[in-house]
Write a protein that binds this ligand. Sequence first.
Ligand SMILES: [Zn+2]
Length: 173
Amino acid sequence: METNQNAFSPPIRIVASRRRRRTVAARLRSGVLELLVPDWMSHAEREKWAEEMRGRIERRMVRTRPSDEKLTERARTLNERHFGGRLRWTSIAFADMSHMWGSCSFTTGAIRIAWRAASLPAWVVDYLVVHELAHLEHSDHGPAFHELENRYPLTERARGYLMAIDQGVATVD
Ligand SMILES: [Zn+2]
């Protein structure tokens, strides 16, 4: 499900506030675009602002874009640290994925990390990389897979962190 890498389509959470009078604000928090609007604002206008703010943040992200080189470096370090350097992949890069945090092709060895994950804390991104690295040896999520991903000491914490985000997104209208 690889699409245009330049497209940025994070989940959007619209927060309407009675205290907010005219201004609209947006922030990217844990990979979710939060749009703060006055509660009188119409649905159509909220949508328009969501697109406007998404575009602004996208332009800012393109300027300060996380590099695939850094991601490759992280993967190398994590491979050395937790897998004795034995894992081999063909490519690792950020890609536009709005419903997944990462993917790994068992057959081609290509790893993709969701572009929106770049706004997460480094230790969570490291977990995502470790998870996809572990898929190089096991395509399923069985016990052998978990033994591998649990070599990363913050795996449980990172899973909880991501689960909280995914649940938050799921309750958005
Ligand atoms: Zn997986």
